[in-house]
Design a protein around this ligand. Structure first.
Ligand code: ATP
Ligand code: MG
Length: 490
């Protein structure tokens, strides 16, 4: 086997140093699996019979990281994958009473013991150098499973999932990332023990889910269906399951569930960000709750509002950061937007940008595309979207939000010699609406002059005008949405 040239020099040197000091040393885990598959390893793990204090003696530039006997060896390499090589003493694990953490960790004497505690056969292969030749130790036939593209537990699957229920998720994650299937006995054991997932911290579940969603090609959509088939999804995003079997209307050939998966699939195949993938998966999560009627004319009014609320709840439960939550919720909330050449004015496009935020526009287009392709009956709209893009570029330099007005609150207070208070806010919102209609009015002197006029109005008159400005904005947005909903029955 000619794998020697795929092993980074830093790893060779760590293995050599341990061997010269009289210890056994093996590369193990994900990196060995990836090398055998022909993928690029993300990081390297080494296991040895040397105890942590011996490892530290062999590598003075290292840090003893945790209670698990892992020493991080610094290599001074520039490459992320081998900057730090984790060297761990052979281990075996004692009993498990909490479905996740072994009650105690014991050092083991042999590499076979160490490999037997690992989760899946493909992750339980050891690579070592002997008499100048690279060899593998593979007591659980992981290389055979690599050839068969199978994820299979080391030893009795029931027992292994009962020991550590996070492995339920890891099985699906590895299968999604590697494009493998799950061995049938392992599959049954996951199904039978799926409810153990409730013992696992949401953060850990989320980390695995993110890896499924960020996997390549068809991995994400396959992974979500697989979580469902195994009975795991109901512990993660049960809301998605409500779309199973829910038919749509004449604009769709797929059920809500299938449509969501196809939208995710499109986003993944185009290598879009985590946020766009999540928003594609969740964009129609509100549809089952908002469905009205049956057959070709069924409607889903307000599903984007309901869906945005559900998305926030789901993502909070999964302990995503607020930054990611806010972005995905906003994308779901605004994924429906109507545009027809000739019908929407420049002022309308400015209000659209003001409403959704310029920084979200690219992502919204991506989700729109995922939605369109995922419907199974993509209409010929690219001309419309190209035109909207053109309009957006055209009006982008125009003021589209309060920040782009040529005057701000403090300039107004100075010019009008008034104190901070509601009048300033009302004058600003009237000015903004006027400028949205006529960007050429956005000149400081004009705005100040107009503000002076407005300031002559009584509180009541001014608030009347501000209210009208706000209504105008709402009317515009609602008008658009109504029109769109009428046409698209959504
Ligand atoms: P990747 O680095 O791509 O996530 P990996 O296989 O290296 O894949 P890690 O989570 O880094 O996965 O774990 C390294 C190795 O440790 C695994 O290959 C496996 O042998 C073992 N391992 C990790 N977590 C578990 C677990 N929960 N149960 C049993 N063995 C595990
Ligand atoms: Mg790893």
């Amino acid at each position: 086997m000619d794998i020697g040239n795929k092993i980074p020099n830093e790893v060779k040197s760590v293995l050599e140093s341990l061997r010269k000091a009289g210890f056994k040393a093996y590369a193990v885990g994900g990196a060995v699996r990836d090398i055998l598959i022909g993928r690029e390893p993300k990081d390297w793990d080494v296991t040895t019979n040397a105890k942590p204090e011996d490892i530290q003696k062999v590598f003075p530039d290292s840090m003893y990281e945790n209670q698990f006997g892992t020493v991080g060896v610094k290599t001074r390499s520039d490459s992320e994958a081998v900057k730090i090589i984790e060297v761990t003493t052979f281990r075996k694990e004692g009993g498990y009473s909490d479905f996740r953490h072994p009650d105690e960790i014991k050092f083991a004497d042999s590499i076979e013991d160490d490999l037997s505690r690992r989760d899946f056969t493909v992750n339980a292969i050891a690579l070592f150098l002997e008499d100048g030749e690279w060899k593998i130790t593979d007591p659980f036939k992981g290389s055979g499973d690599i050839e068969k593209k199978l994820i299979k537990t080391v030893g009795d699957p029931e027992a292994r999932f009962k020991e550590d229920a996070l492995r339920l998720m890891r099985a699906v994650r590895f299968a999604a990332e590697l494009g493998f299937n799950i061995d049938s006995e392992t599959f049954s054991a996951i199904s039978e023990n799926a409810d153990l997932l409730s013992k696992i911290a949401m953060e850990r579940i989320r980390d695995e889910l993110v890896r499924i969603i960020m996997s390549d090609d068809c991995g994400p959509a396959w992974g979500i269906s697989c979580l469902e088939a195994l009975g795991l999804l109901r512990h993660i995003i049960p809301e998605l399951r409500d779309g199973i079997g829910v038919s749509q209307n004449k604009h769709h050939i797929y059920t809500v569930w299938e449509h969501n998966l196809r939208a995710l699939d499109y986003a993944a195949k185009n290598n879009y960000s985590l946020e766009v993938r999540l928003a594609s998966l969740l964009h129609d999560v509100g549809k089952p709750k908002s469905k009205f009627g049956e057959g070709p004319d069924a409607t889903f009014y307000n599903h984007e509002v309901i869906g945005a609320r559900m998305t926030a709840k789901i993502m909070k439960r999964l302990k995503f950061s607020n930054k990611v939550i806010d972005k995905v919720v906003h994308l779901v909330r605004h994924h429906l937007f109507y545009y027809n050449v000739g019908e929407v004015t420049e002022a309308g496009v400015r209000r659209f940008i003001n409403r959704v935020g310029e920084e979200y526009i690219d992502d919204l287009f991506k989700i729109r595309e995922a939605d369109r392709i995922g419907s199974g009956v993509p209409k010929a709209v690219p001309y419309k979207t190209r035109h909207l893009r053109f309009m957006i570029d055209k009006v982008k330099k125009d003021p589209v939000g309060p920040g782009m007005l040529k005057v701000d609150g403090s300039a107004l207070m100075k010019e009008l010699s008034i104190d901070p208070g509601p009048r300033i806010g009302m004058i600003l919102s009237i000015l903004l609406e006027e400028v949205l209609d006529n960007p050429e009015k956005n000149i400081k002197e004009n705005l100040l002059a107009r503000a002076k006029d407005l300031n002559k109005l009584t509180d009541k008159e001014l608030s009347g005008m501000a209210k009208k400005a706000k209504e105008r904005k709402l009317e515009f947005e609602e008008g658009l949405e109504k029109e769109m909903k009428k046409r698209h029955k959504v």
